[in-house]
Design a protein around this ligand. Structure first.
Ligand code: FAD
Length: 467
């Protein structure tokens, strides 16, 4: 495929006039072979080359750089990541402080690389609002989210409480009741970031081969449709596509699909009604997940909900079905009733990668020559930078603060990334948990038999703990 899918607003809005990069011309021997041209692969390449300019590094991408989640996400750059508590609870004192600083420092690190490398990706360091926005039960969820940040040691400077009035002033959703304000979050244009990063690594001397399908990814060797690449270390940055190649990663990072729509550019009056003046990103405390940003050209980008395929393979078609678009439209109106007549110009989906323990990892096993980074769930825009930096230190065997963090591993991949249970268990679990969450939310919104609410809450809390 030589052009980007037009359904994805971000990919549609960047210049597609550039010809695709050349595919791998023939078999090669290199120092490092990186599979996947998304943030993970490119951040790893960037830091490796900065640390050791003499390294001979290639990136192998099946389609074009940014074709995967990195070119089609919600554009939240977060100074936090999925299940970070599982790492932070292993640390205390100075080490815990250092880990928190690394995590919250992600946003300024990405911003400073963008400045250094002249990557204009519409980045605005505007904070994130995690709000009780549609029904009263969300208030206790928002408060317990804040407690959990406090439990991890984050202070007021990282996360603080907004009351109903403050929340409503920032984002005028259906019923703003209060919110957690996350300081270290930025909004950006994801495709501009991934494309700018690719150009930056090329300037450093990394060679990117596009249109190169890697069929078999193993330690020290990648078998592609166009030849074999042998390397001291092979890095898998396949994330949501990990389960679609023949590799040591099969069954260890599973894809879940997330869906997004973009509106036409909204008028000044429409924005004045719903807020977002400073472009904060926004999510309501729904267990079904929602994520919103105001793009630089004044569209509302609205992501929510997901699905999982029975075979654990990524969804390859990008467009949403009419039914999926209709459900997104209804959901969007639930948040912003004033936008009921707005046109949707784009609707798309993409694949997230989930590790069995739900927390991302950076692993380099020098003995086998296989390294991997990923398992970010829906929070990889910022995390991929931190894990790319970590992996560079692990590959170069540098004894640093990053390589001593609990998310950094020098063991065999199979010891770090547990295998998911065989089908139909993941499919049943996903469907079951989603159905419980959707049922609970319907009741919370007053659409159903109210007397069943306590039961739905108990069941949903149990499912949440299971996750
Ligand atoms: C709809 C959606 C919304 C999201 N929103 C956010 C958000 O707002 N904030 C946030 O933090 N995170 C978000 N995420 C998650 C985030 O986008 C990802 O975690 C991150 O982009 C992962 O980057 P990656 O490089 O690891 O994977 P990817 O970007 O998926 O890169 C993997 C690459 O591998 C390539 N590939 C696949 N198979 C092969 C093969 N056989 N051979 C060679 N190459 C191959 C793919 O084409 C792809 O380019 C979202 C994800 C999605 C899908």
């Amino acid at each position: 495929m030589s052009s980007f899918p037009k359904d994805v607003f971000w990919l549609d809005s960047v210049s597609d006039s550039r010809l695709p990069r050349e595919p791998l011309p023939h078999s090669l021997d290199v120092d490092i072979a990186i599979v996947g041209g998304g943030y993970s692969g490119l951040w790893a390449a960037y830091y490796l080359k900065r640390l050791d300019p003499a390294l001979n590094i290639v990136v192998l991408e099946q389609q074009r750089v940014g074709y995967g989640a990195s070119g089609r996400n919600g554009g939240w750059l977060m100074g936090e990541f999925s299940h970070m508590e599982s790492y932070l609870q292993k640390l205390d004192g100075d080490r815990s402080r250092a880990a928190r600083a690394l995590i919250t420092g992600i946003v300024s690190e990405v911003a400073s690389v963008c400045e250094l490398e002249r990557i204009d990706c519409d980045l605005v360091y505007s904070g994130g609002i995690y709000a009780a926005a549609r029904f009263p039960e969300q208030l206790s969820r928002a408060k317990s989210a804040l407690e959990s940040y406090r439990g991890m040691g984050f202070g007021e400077d990282a996360f603080h409480w907004l009351d109903a009035r403050e929340t409503g002033q920032l984002v005028n959703v259906r019923s703003p009741l209060g919110a957690v304000y996350a300081q270290h979050v930025a909004a950006l244009h994801p495709a501009k970031l991934v494309q700018g990063l690719a150009e930056a690594v090329e300037r450093l001397g990394v060679v990117i081969y596009e249109q190169t399908n890697c069929r078999e990814v193993s330690g020290k060797q990648v078998q592609t449709d166009r030849g074999v690449v042998r390397a001291e270390v092979v890095v898998s940055g396949l994330e949501g596509y990990s389960n679609s190649t023949d590799s040591a990663l099969s069954g260890r990072i599973l894809p879940v699909v997330s869906r997004v729509v973009a509106t036409e550019p909204l008028s000044k009056t429409q924005w004045a009604t719903i807020g977002f003046a400073k472009r904060p990103v926004f999510s309501d405390c729904s267990r079904l997940v929602s994520y919103v940003q105001r793009s630089r050209d004044d569209r509302l980008i609205f992501g929510a909900r997901g699905s999982y395929r029975f075979d654990g393979k990524p969804r390859l078609e990008t467009a949403l079905t009419d039914r999926e678009v209709a459900s997104h439209r209804a959901y969007l109106q639930d948040f912003f009733p004033s936008l009921s007549n707005v046109s949707l110009t784009h609707a798309w989906c993409g694949n997230l990668g989930f590790a069995r323990r739900m927390a991302p990892v950076a692993v380099c096993d020098h003995k086998s020559g296989l390294a991997v980074l990923g398992g970010y769930g829906g929070e990889g825009v910022g995390a991929s930078n931190l894990f790319g930096r970590t992996l560079a230190d692990l590959i170069l065997q540098r004894d640093t603060e990053l390589s001593s963090m609990p998310w950094a591993h020098s063991q065999p991949v199979r010891k770090v990334l547990q295998r998911w249970e065989p089908e139909p268990l993941p499919w049943l679990a996903y469907r079951g948990i989603n159905a419980v969450f959707a049922w609970e939310e319907r009741l919370d919104l007053g659409r159903g038999r109210g007397w069943l609410k306590p039961l739905s809450h108990r069941l949903a809390n149990w499912c949440q703990r299971l996750l």
